[in-house]
Ligand binder design. Structure first.
Ligand code: HEM
Length: 452
């Protein structure tokens, strides 16, 4: 049933911020993971200290159970006092909740429409520039070769990502920032969950998809971290520490500037066709598609080693394509997602060749396509992912996403028909929305540049 809410009272969004809907089940279906004691607040807003467990002997990061991402537009003309109000509310949340997954992680990100529409002069002076790409570090979102023409390129001013093992903490933060404060008009509310299955019991995605009765739920392996059946948070394929900061690898000129300690965030929503995935692809074909064509792993394995030494090169991806006529999801991305050489970061840390750069913080969802939207949502649950990732710049994200479609960093375009099975995961994915954001460092998280 399609419910169009445009024109209804803003109260509808307010109600949806704290509403739990089907996600209330997460708390009944999963126990909160053990977490380390709280640490001091980091200068970065996007980093959250997460526990690592071993699955099949492979180190895996345990993501927070609950996620909510709210987008909006600025609804006030007085940015200076808005800056104080929002910072005050964020500082309140910092005091109430530890900056861990057991407490709360809040990441406030700002879109190009905010910078260009509200603080254009200061933005012209302070916008970080991507020296490698010779383009601004924050670019408008683009459609990729495998995107349908219907993919919406969004124009929000702000996006706030809230993460915690406690649904209550996430709801309290959403209400505090978007309901108590009247600074934003909410455009969308997106909710979802991650993890919960590493202890060998039936996993959260399996149980949630089953409870929501989405087509193909019965086909999801019992302990899968993702609806599509494989673990995606191996430590080795997530960027470590500050690597995705704007300044760390020197891709941008942010070092020492206003945005030092910030990062870039891409947000998209992707529908997943579970039935097509599990019925049309056998296990080996799913391994070929997610990892690398021809990779041999134990039958029904879910967590597969992806250490630096195993990362694919562009020539390896081309060779696999010549031999087998297809590309894998991870292997095609690795020529851009991994460091090509040992690198000393601006932070003084040494990042070895083969280290992953992007920090993916995506989460499973049953939203269709959102939990709530100004433009209406479909009430029927649908399996998907709210894809959220931190990279050092928009261009860095675009390189990764293009590689996923067979457009390699050296300019080679592998001849893949959009949506064909040869094109990795894309044949079972459908991206509905995209936008790029800049995440300022914590000290400038509230209405960045408004004070200048
Ligand atoms: C529903 C959609 C998606 C699913 C189910 C999915 C699943 C996975 C899985 C299971 C892995 C881990 C594989 C491994 O260990 O090598 C992975 C890795 C990765 N994925 Fe995705 N993915 C999805 C969408 C995306 C998108 C849209 C991007 C954007 C570029 C992306 C970027 C990456 C990256 C960068 C890696 C790590 C590659 C590496 O450095 O090893 N994924 N994904």
């Amino acid at each position: 049933m399609r419910v169009t809410r445009r024109g209804l009272l803003a109260g509808a969004a307010a109600g949806a911020l704290g509403a739990t809907g089907i996600y209330e089940l997460v708390d009944r279906l999963a126990t909160s993971p053990q977490r380390a004691a709280a640490r001091d607040l980091l200068p970065e807003q996007h980093l959250l200290d997460l526990r690592v467990v071993h699955d099949d002997g492979i180190a895996v990061v345990v993501p927070p159970l609950h996620h909510q991402l709210v987008t909006g537009t600025v609804a006030t003309g007085d940015l200076r006092s808005a800056q104080h109000e929002l910072e005050h509310a964020l500082a309140d949340l910092d005091e109430r909740f530890a900056p861990t997954a057991a407490g709360l992680g809040v990441t406030v990100a700002w879109g190009l429409p905010y910078f260009l529409g509200h603080v254009p002069a200061a933005w012209a002076e302070h916008a970080p520039f991507d020296r490698r790409a010779q383009k601004p570090a924050l670019l408008p979102a683009i459609r990729f070769p495998s995107d349908p023409r219907s993919t919406v390129l969004e124009e929000n001013d702000v996006a706030v990502l809230m993460r915690s093992d406690s649904l209550e903490h996430v709801s309290a933060a959403a209400k505090r920032l978007f309901d108590d404060l009247k600074l934003f008009e909410v455009t969308t509310i997106r909710k979802g969950f991650a993890g919960g299955g590493f202890e060998g019991r039936q996993s959260l995605p399996k149980r949630m998809a089953t409870a929501a009765n989405v087509p193909g739920a019965d086909l999801i392996p019992d302990t899968a971290e993702l609806f599509l059946g494989f673990t995606s948070t191996q430590s080795a394929n997530l960027g470590p520490g500050r690597i995705a900061n704007l300044e760390t690898l020197g891709y941008t000129d942010a070092a020492g500037g206003y945005f030092h300690g910030g990062t870039h965030m891409h947000v998209s929503h992707i529908f997943e066709d579970l039935e097509a995935w599990f019925l049309n692809f056998d296990f080996q074909q799913r391994v070929d598609t997610v990892f690398r064509p021809g990779l041999k792993v134990r039958e029904d394995a879910q967590t597969v080693a992806q250490g630096a030494a195993r990362a694919s090169s562009a020539s390896g991806v081309k060779r696999d394509f010549r031999r087998r006529g297809r590309i894998g999801h991870s292997s095609s991305i690795q020529p851009t997602s991994r460091l090509e050489r040992d690198t000393v970061g601006h932070d003084g840390d040494v990042y070895r060749k083969g280290t992953a750069i992007p920090q993916r913080v995506d989460f499973n969802t049953l939203d269709n396509p959102f939990f709530w939207s100004r433009d209406g949502v479909d009430q029927a649950a649908s399996a998907g992912v709210h894809f959220v990732v931190f990279n050092p710049s928009s261009d860095d994200f675009h390189r990764n996403r293009l590689a996923m479609d067979g457009v390699l960093p050296d300019g080679t375009r592998l001849p893949l028909a959009p949506g064909s099975r040869a094109q990795g995961l894309n044949s079972v994915l459908h991206t509905t929305h995209r936008q790029n954001f800049l995440v300022p460092p914590r000290r400038h998280r509230s209405f960045p540049l408004a004070e200048l």
